[in-house]
Design a protein around this ligand. Structure first.
Ligand code: ADP
Length: 247
């Protein structure tokens, strides 16, 4: 669980996050929505300890400033928007996910190997394990990084627009995969642009607008109060069992 109290971030004189307070609940899939430039990535940069901020962020009741790096990495993983493609294999990338668990020599145990193989299997990348990252498509690369953070085995996963380079089918498949992580007690928190996919799979919705959190609650409440329609100036279309949005 993540609890954020009064989070404020400024770049020079510009306030990018203004006194944001949000609780991300355990074992829920939370979609973080908001227009471009609203502050979503900045929020994730703070939670992943890459940016200085004022306010407090608690991870499972502990202030993140006071958590040792290894303990932190066992509890929270983060997939940023832009992913590097160094000349290593998919398997080597996924093995990095085991770093918080290895000793000083960095050697992988049989348990580590097992978790790496499992992560490759869950993401359907077993046959890709020997491929070098620069030979992968953008979507395949995003999957390989997902495998890495699955191998990291953290209860909370932060993903910043993880389906940018995927076609529609691959996007939904990927979101389904993320949703399935809940079965193992995980809590995925995902910045998403596709509003229909978000309301189809998320349990909770957070909406950031111009540096403030204008909504944080269940999807049900979000839909009942027409929050998405107002925030994005869109109309909702209910078709059979699916919801779509249009301008
Ligand atoms: P989002 O993820 O919602 O698109 P961001 O968190 O990336 O939004 O950005 C929020 C605002 O902060 C934007 O106006 C952006 O231009 C500004 N911003 C982000 N990074 C920097 C930076 N390093 N220096 C100055 N302004 C920044």
């Amino acid at each position: 669980m993540i609890k954020i109290n009064g989070l404020t971030v400024k770049y020079g004189k510009k306030t990018v996050l203004d006194n944001v307070s949000i609780t991300f609940n355990k074992n829920r899939f939370t979609a973080v929505l908001g227009k471009n430039g609203s502050g979503k990535s900045t929020l994730f940069s703070c939670i992943s300890r890459q940016l200085k901020y004022s306010g407090e962020i608690f991870l499972n009741g502990k202030n993140i400033d006071k958590i040792e790096p290894k303990e932190y990495a066992k509890n929270l993983s983060f997939l940023p928007q832009s992913l590097n493609k160094p000349a290593i294999t998919v398997k080597e990338l996924v093995q990095f996910g085991r770093n918080p668990y290895t000793g000083l020599d960095g050697r992988l145990s049989a348990e580590d190997d097992k978790k790496v193989e499992e992560a490759l299997k869950i993401t359907g990348l077993t046959d890709f394990s020997k491929r070098l990252l620069p030979t992968l498509s953008g979507g395949e690369c995003q999957k390989a990084y997902l495998a890495m953070i699955i191998a990291q085995q953290t209860p909370t996963l932060l993903l910043d627009e993880p389906t940018t380079y995927m076609d529609i089918g691959a996007q939904e498949e990927f979101i389904l995969l993320i949703n399935k992580l809940k079965q193992n007690g995980k809590s995925p928190i995902v910045i998403m642009h596709d509003l229909a996919l978000a309301v189809k799979y998320a349990d909770d919705i957070v909406i950031i607008e111009k540096g403030t959190c204008i909504f944080s609650g269940t999807k049900k409440e979000c839909l009942e109060k027409n929050i998405i329609e107002k925030a994005f100036s869109v109309r909702r279309i209910n078709a059979e069992n699916e919801i779509f949005f249009t301008v």
